[in-house]
Design a protein around this ligand. Structure first.
Ligand code: GLV
Ligand code: MN
Ligand code: MN
Length: 409
């Protein structure tokens, strides 16, 4: 069985590879903290006896060779980056539990037919570069030219960030989409309270909600606070109006079928005594139904036209990231479900409200996800917690699912 203490100790060690002076763990991709975490993961993989390769995008792959080099392989892992002030489970638990499964295979002396590889992936969070960019590179969905197009908030291009991290700044060997893969498995904390509330051990993910990000720029005119209200071109007020209107609309119309979040807003010139000439904000839409995104796009167009007239401003929208709702693969789901049943665990089928690298890999390979409980559903928060025992049960499910998938044709 999986070793709960070994899993927890590795996660705890990883948690220290964080920006200082921040609450919780902050590890943005290609930073010095990310390098220290990556080196630790590589060392742990080597200790387990995996053949370790850091590719030109900084994705770490730890390979346990199978007996049949031509058999489609099994891959499992998650992201090593975090949002600011995160916990140390989101993403990281999926890497460490996949590593635990590899160690269990080694220690039990069984020999898999298929190669099994553990993955640690950058740029899932979008805290620095657009979300899911690491898995998109591995799935061949971003190209060489994107390295110069994608920029972080400081204007640093992805190619520059990779180069200062010690990578070559090219993509040789990164795209693995042409390789035969039996399954990509991702273990992740649920990021919701359901498993804990229902006293269950495992969620078998049947689909992942789509995730649609926009950057909205409102342009008005800077002026003094003594300017009469009816003469202002207040970009800040117009931005706040759009955010409150769309939030109310989503709550009233979609009732649990979609969410919208404004997590970022900046005003220019950002002075207490100046009416903002510019406001830039983010919108994050989530839904299990593509139709909701299409409807919300149309609704937002109309809302913007009204706000432009009412506030004498202009508004531009830019799509920052767009990942549609994604179903899991039936055969992989069935292997995970059988694994949970054979272990005598409590499980249920569920959807994921959060985004995951697995939804990108689903475009090129069969994909399935194992959820484990999140205490009180806390996530993207230093309060994230999953007990060592719950982590170990998740690793047991991964291990069994790998063995089931290995035996299939
Ligand atoms: C990833 O954590 C997401 O934003 O869903
Ligand atoms: Mn996350
Ligand atoms: Mn995550």
């Amino acid at each position: 069985m999986a070793d709960a203490k070994r899993i927890y100790d590795r996660l705890k060690t990883l948690s220290a590879f964080s920006e200082k002076n921040e609450e919780g763990t902050t590890r943005l991709s290609y930073t010095p903290e990310y390098r220290r975490a990556a080196d630790y993961v590589k060392a742990q993989m080597e200790e387990v006896g995996l053949q370790v390769r850091e590719d030109a995008a900084g994705i770490i792959w730890g390979r346990l060779p199978g007996t049949d080099p031509n058999a489609p392989k099994i891959l499992s892992g998650s992201h090593l980056d975090t949002v600011r002030c995160s916990g140390f489970y989101d993403g990281q638990a999926g890497i460490i539990c996949a590593l635990e499964a590899a160690q269990m295979i080694q220690e039990s002396g069984i020999q898999l037919k298929r190669d099994f590889e553990v993955a640690a992936i950058p740029m899932e969070e979008g805290a620095r570069f657009p979300n899911l960019s690491g898995s998109k590179l591995a799935a061949g969905l971003l190209k060489e030219e994107d390295l110069d197009q994608l920029r972080d908030t400081e204007g640093i291009t992805l190619r520059q960030a990779m180069q200062s991290y010690g990578l070559p700044g090219r993509l040789d060997g990164v795209d693995r989409s042409g390789e035969p893969v039996k399954a990509f498995l991702e273990l992740h904390m649920e990021q919701g309270p359901i498993l804990e509330e229902e006293g269950l051990d495992v969620g078998v993910v049947e689909s992942i909600f789509g995730c649609y990000w926009k950057t909205i720029t409102v342009r008005g005119e800077v002026s003094h606070p003594s300017t009469p209200m009816e003469r202002r071109k207040d970009a800040g007020l117009a931005a706040c109006r759009i955010v409150t209107d769309i939030s109310r609309h989503v709550e009233e119309v979609y009732q649990g079928r979609a969410t919208v979040t404004c997590g970022k807003m900046r005003f220019h010139p950002d002075e207490i005594n100046a009416i903002p000439s510019r406001a830039v904000f983010s919108l994050d839409f989530r839904s299990g139904q593509q139709q909701c995104f299409d409807e919300l796009d149309a609704w937002l167009e109309e809302e913007i036209a009204q706000v432009e007239r009412a506030y004498r401003v202009t508004v531009e929208q830019e799509v920052f990231s767009n990942t549609p709702p994604t179903p899991s693969d039936g055969a992989v789901v069935s292997a995970i479900r059988t694994a949970a049943q054979e272990l005598g665990l409590g499980w249920k089928m569920m959807s994921s409200g959060a985004g995951h690298d697995a939804m990108i890999f689903a475009k090129v390979w069969p994909m399935g996800m194992v959820f484990i409980p999140s205490h009180e559903g806390y996530t993207h928060s230093p309060k994230e917690y999953t007990s060592p025992e719950a982590l170990a049960r998740g690793a047991d499910v991964l291990y069994e699912a790998i063995r089931i998938l290995d035996k299939e044709n």
